[in-house]
Ligand binder design. Structure first.
Ligand SMILES: [Zn+2]
Length: 323
């Protein structure tokens, strides 16, 4: 009898502890965002003069989506609110080249998931395909031959899933990302990413240019200051952001997956630890990048920082972009 009481008591204690831990993962987490060196600096931050820069048109091509509780995308957010996560490509039209930043989804993405385990199909493959990359390009009257290259923010499956509709188009990848992916990401899930990348030529680039807007290195794509790549590591080893500076619209920073949605850097807050731990290459580095984005957003409210899964921001920006 005593033993049974003890077992019941132990079970209840474990249950309460477990519930406590589960609730804890939905509570906000402290970030070291204090920066007295910056707060004390009262003079206004100089703004980039964009009038002499080229006109660059930008279009977010939303290929798919999934609706999640916001507390999954943003730790500490209300568990009652929901949040749309998109799978997008970005079409960038610079006078020297029309290219893509990430690639969205191809029409037959489901066939690439057919041989995955049930767990992977449910975890990664339960998005809704809305409009494939090719369908977007066709609707816009853009031939595949006009796409000079696809710049990949990083090598997770959901950023390379439009490549089957871009045969022969060169893929530009940060060398850090590619070298790291060769050690694991390319072959994960039975080589899903390798299959999606097909035999497209790969062109590696290095962010060996000077510090830029607080980031320690950069790569100026056309050497005119309009398109500047910066390392935003942590989510993966070589996740790379793209600044778009132009005379015909607001400055943008495309984040890859350094943040899923804007609340990740405005609060700042990671995703729910369940996803964060599953998808993040290096926790400390990814948090540092979020802190840097937090400060950048405060220093430069005129720059729109856009995550590749951020439906709300992408929609808001598309409302003001010219068609
Ligand atoms: Zn992603």
């Amino acid at each position: 009898m005593k033993l049974r009481k003890l077992a019941t008591f132990g079970g209840i204690t474990l249950g309460v502890l477990g519930a406590g831990l589960a609730i804890h993962t939905f509570l906000p987490q402290r970030f070291a965002i204090e920066a007295p060196w910056y707060e004390a600096k009262k003079e206004p931050v100089p703004r980039l003069h964009t009038s002499s820069l080229p006109e660059i048109d930008v279009a977010f091509l939303r290929c798919g989506s999934i609706t999640l509780p916001e507390a999954i995308a943003v730790r500490g957010a209300s568990p009652l609110a929901s949040c749309v996560i998109t799978y997008s490509a970005v079409l960038v039209c610079h006078p020297q080249a029309t290219f893509l930043y990430d690639t969205g989804l191809c029409a037959n993405i489901s066939t690439y998931f057919a041989h995955q385990s049930l767990f992977i199909r449910k975890l990664l493959g339960s998005f809704e395909l809305e409009q494939s990359l090719n369908s977007h390009l066709t609707a816009m009257g853009i031939a595949r031959e006009e796409i000079a290259f696809a710049l990949l923010s990083h090598l997770h499956w959901d950023h390379v899933s439009g490549i089957p509709e871009l045969p022969g188009v060169p893929l530009r990848v940060n060398r850090v990302e590619y070298e790291a992916a060769k050690l694991g990401l390319l072959d994960a899930h039975n080589g899903l990413v390798r299959q999606l990348m097909g035999d497209n030529p790969i062109e590696l680039f290095d962010c060996t240019g000077p510090p830029y807007e607080g980031f320690h290195a950069s790569f100026d794509v056309f050497g005119d200051g309009s398109l500047v790549l910066v390392p935003l590591p942590g989510h993966t080893a070589g996740n790379t952001g793209l600044f778009i500076n132009r005379s015909n619209g607001p400055r943008l920073l495309l984040l890859g997956d350094a943040a899923w949605v804007s609340q990740n850097y405005t609060r700042p807050a990671t995703m729910h630890p369940f996803l964060w731990n599953m998808f993040t290459w290096d926790d400390a580095t990814a948090r540092q990048t979020l802190i840097e984005l937090y400060h950048l957003a405060r220093r430069h409210p005129e720059i729109a920082l856009v995550g590749m899964h951020d439906a709300e921001m992408q929609e808001r920006l598309m409302a003001t972009e010219r068609p």
